[in-house]
Design a protein around this ligand. Structure first.
Ligand code: UDP
Length: 330
């Protein structure tokens, strides 16, 4: 029996594939390589290149593999892009997932763990945010993830499957060995951009908004190491295979860092001056997102290993120094 990872060549997907292989699971990966990287694939994991919106392709994969559980990462994930291209996000994140879910049900696969996001909450009324907080997404990315969650909720009830939705806060860092890491094109996330400024690949970074109602006027986020996220997926699969009921879990550290604090921590880790220029707010950004992950700790037994922001940035810095142009040598 295998674990099928959809989007297993992407950032969080590839780290989860790595963790699954390290834990001795039999793993298969599906990825269309639109944003994922062939070079991030593990030789132990069987690879099927294709799109989760392609029902015939998925049917073939489900015929070849005896899938015990699916882990689904195959989605677009950029807030700013989603505001500019909402229909692309509805198509890729919701419509294709609907096709995949239908094929999964037809194939008799009963369990799925999938990526959701803190962006489903919108501007929270209280922090830390618990899973029962109101969901009012402020951008199409969060909106499509919430719609996915609701689709899984109703389908699970109707079809007798169980799911876990993992609402990530800000994923960061890289595998401790430095062989895989974060590589988006274009890169939009704060920590990799700050490290590009540290290495001289870019001249400076912009701080998007300095008039938020926070201690230093910049947005506050809860950063969580990608390898800790990977472990949460393994725990969620075990939970479902052990008969656990469908659940939603937040995954974060419970500590918030402002954009200015991240730049400062990166200066400390790299020992390099990093030029940061104040700029306008970016559309769709809530001021503060901090997770309560109490539920994941209690029910899944999850405990993040990386709690210091400097350690998380350090792993990303090692990756960046060894792969200044990412996987494909761009
Ligand atoms: N940010 C920034 N400059 C950048 C990229 C991001 O000031 O060049 C800010 C962004 O506005 C947000 C925070 O950094 O408040 C984290 O953004 P990121 O895109 O990394 O993750 P998100 O919170 O959108 O998932």
């Amino acid at each position: 029996m295998s674990i099928l990872v959809l989007g297993g060549a992407g950032y969080i997907g590839s780290h989860t594939v790595c963790a699954l292989c390290e834990a001795g699971y039999d793993v298969a990966v599906v990825d269309n390589l639109v944003t994922g990287h062939r070079a991030s694939l593990r030789p132990q994991a069987r690879f099927y290149e294709g799109d989760i919106g392609d029902a015939a392709f998925l049917r073939q994969v489900f015929l070849k593999e005896k899938v015990e559980a699916v882990i689904h990462f195959a989605a677009f994930s950029q807030v700013g892009e989603s505001v500019k291209k909402p229909l692309a996000y509805y198509e890729n994140n919701l419509v294709k997932t609907r096709t995949m879910l239908e094929e999964m049900v037809k194939a008799g696969i009963k369990h799925i763990v999938f990526s959701s996001t803190a962006a489903v909450y919108g501007e929270p009324k209280e922090v830390p945010i618990t899973e029962d907080a109101p969901t009012q997404p402020e951008n199409p990315y969060g909106e499509t993830k919430l719609a996915m969650e609701r689709m899984f909720h109703w389908t699970a009830q109707a079809e007798g499957i169980t799911y876990v939705s993992l609402r990530y806060f800000n994923a960061c860092g890289a595998h401790a060995e430095g062989k895989i890491g974060e590589d988006h094109d274009p890169e939009t996330h704060l920590i990799p951009l700050v490290l590009e400024a540290a290495s001289g690949k870019r001249e400076k970074i912009s701080i998007f908004g300095t008039d938020y109602p926070t201690k230093d006027g910049t947005c506050i986020r809860d950063y969580i190491h990608v390898s800790d996220l990977a472990q949460a997926h393994i725990l969620a699969v075990k939970y479902l295979l052990g008969g656990g009921k469908s659940e939603v879990f937040n995954l974060g550290n419970g500590t918030g860092f402002s954009v200015r604090e991240i730049v400062e921590a990166a200066r400390e880790v790299t020992g390099r001056p990093i030029l940061a220029q104040e700029a306008e707010r970016r559309a769709g950004d809530p001021a503060v997102l901090i997770a309560s992950s109490q539920k994941a700790k209690e029910i899944l037994g999850w405990e993040p290993k990386y709690t210091k922001i400097q350690e998380m940035i350090q792993t990303a810095w090692v990756w960046h120094q060894h792969h200044p142009h990412g996987f494909d040598g761009r």
